[in-house]
Design a protein around this ligand. Structure first.
Ligand SMILES: CC(C)(COP(=O)(O)OP(=O)(O)OC[C@H]1O[C@@H](n2cnc3c(N)ncnc32)[C@H](O)[C@@H]1OP(=O)(O)O)[C@@H](O)C(=O)NCCC(=O)NCCS
Length: 96
């Protein structure tokens, strides 16, 4: 928060075994100030406190800033998984 404005968000959770970071974003004008790192530290600490010892996330290959961020925070890329999904109802595509 900056005054009344939300400048960064993270949404994470777990299934009792693995943690997952669902969303992470910082407003454009506030980036490169350590805000995402700070949010991530809090989320990971909360997961750890619940006994979770591994966290994962998905990021588009073309998201250079996103991948640079996760790489800098020690999230390594895996090449032994295939991402699968299925359209249940027609929807507007969201790419972020
Ligand atoms: C990815 C994102 C959340 C990073 O937020 P941020 O607050 O700027 O990140 P931080 O300031 O904590 O950055 C920590 C480190 O990550 C790396 N990093 C972050 N943004 C980077 C960029 N654009 N290019 C290269 N490295 C980057 C750097 O190593 C940085 O450390 P440094 O600033 O000391 O060099 C932000 O760019 C964003 O909201 N992007 C759009 C949404 C998105 O892509 N979310 C993630 C998808 S899963």
């Amino acid at each position: 928060m900056k005054g009344e404005d939300v400048i960064g968000v993270i949404l994470s959770g777990h299934d009792g075994r693995r943690g997952f970071i669902h969303h992470m974003a910082v407003s454009k004008e506030c980036r490169r100030q350590g805000i995402a790192s700070n949010l991530l530290d809090h989320a990971l600490a909360a997961l750890e406190a619940e006994g979770i010892n591994k966290a994962a996330l998905l990021v588009f290959n073309y998201n250079e800033a996103g991948n640079a961020f996760w790489e800098s925070r020690g999230f390594s890329a895996r090449d032994d998984l295939t991402y699968r999904n299925k359209v249940l109802t027609e929807m507007v595509r969201i790419d972020t």
